[in-house]
Design a protein around this ligand. Structure first.
Ligand code: ZN
Length: 282
């Protein structure tokens, strides 16, 4: 998971922008009446998220005692996410905030939507709160579903509040099959507490990252195999290993926990791989 800068838009300004064109006088009055409740919910979210304690946020079906969950969901879908909607500029700003347009949750697939970190179906006051909206690919968005955190260990990693890339945690191992495969897992650094270990493991499992990265690594091998075969023919396993180590170092400088970094490390560490395991015939 990548860490992102927090959006610059406040919940109150975003909500007011979204509801700016509501014509129905009753709905408009009720929405305007809960603006402060929406602002307060975002402040409470921010405070809890900084303590990684979003499981403490209470769920409420009626926002400010006056606006239903369904009405708040429509503020998001019709007045923020829809093309041409008054809140669409904020939506586009957040969508565009992830490097290379990639999903910060899997760090691989393209951003396609905004994920409600706490689902709007259960936390309607946060339906358009920018701090609760994270750029995401379709698969990660679907995999998270409407999960409600029950404990600190259940709280999903949040790109605006969690930074897990100070240490290496993504590790791969070569599987000596034909063709060669790579298996990924989380190896928690000593400085992580038990809650963070559980949260990262949950993130990895829920989003199916082991499978995604194994598939990417298999495709990478198809692309470098020819070069490795040539190097092995002229310089043997030492030349192959030196090349793989150099690539691992370069990848690590950019993405300490990228699947490429872990893959090149695993390949370089394996005598079997460096001595011809990369070839299609094993
Ligand atoms: Zn993703």
């Amino acid at each position: 998971m990548w860490t992102l800068n927090r959006p610059g838009h406040t919940a109150l300004a975003t909500f007011r922008t979204c509801i700016g064109r509501v014509r129905n006088p009753d709905l408009r009055a009720r929405l305007e009446g809960v603006a402060q409740a929406v602002a307060d919910a975002s402040v409470a979210f921010d405070a809890a998220a900084q303590r990684h304690a979003l499981h403490e946020i209470a769920r409420e079906a009626i926002v400010g005692g006056d606006v239903t969950t369904e009405e708040m969901e429509k503020v998001y879908t019709r007045r923020m996410a829809k093309k041409g909607a008054p809140g669409r500029d904020v939506y586009d700003d957040i969508i565009g905030s992830s490097p290379q347009g990639r999903c910060p949750l899997c760090a691989q697939r393209p951003v396609a939507t905004l994920d409600h970190h706490l689902p709007k179906a259960h936390y309607p006051a946060l339906a358009v709160a920018p701090l609760n909206l994270v750029p995401s690919c379709t698969d990660c968005n679907k995999a998270k579903l409407d999960a409600i955190p029950q404990s600190a260990a259940d709280v999903a990693l949040h790109p605006y509040y969690d930074d897990i890339n100070g240490q290496q945690w993504l590790v791969a191992k070569v599987i000596e099959t034909c063709p060669a495969a790579v298996r990924f897992r989380v190896v928690a650094p000593d400085i992580w507490d038990n809650v963070l270990v559980a949260r990262v493991q949950n993130h990895f499992r829920t989003l199916g990252l082991a499978g995604l990265y194994a598939s990417e690594a298999a495709e990478e091998l198809v692309n470098v195999r020819h070069q490795l075969v040539e190097m092995h023919a002229t310089g043997g396993m030492r030349t192959v290993r030196a090349e793989l180590r150099m690539r691992a170092a370069s990848c690590a400088a950019g993405r300490r926990n990228g699947w490429r970094t872990a893959t090149y490390r695993a390949w370089a560490d394996s005598d079997w791989f460096c001595d011809g395991g990369f070839a299609p015939e094993g």
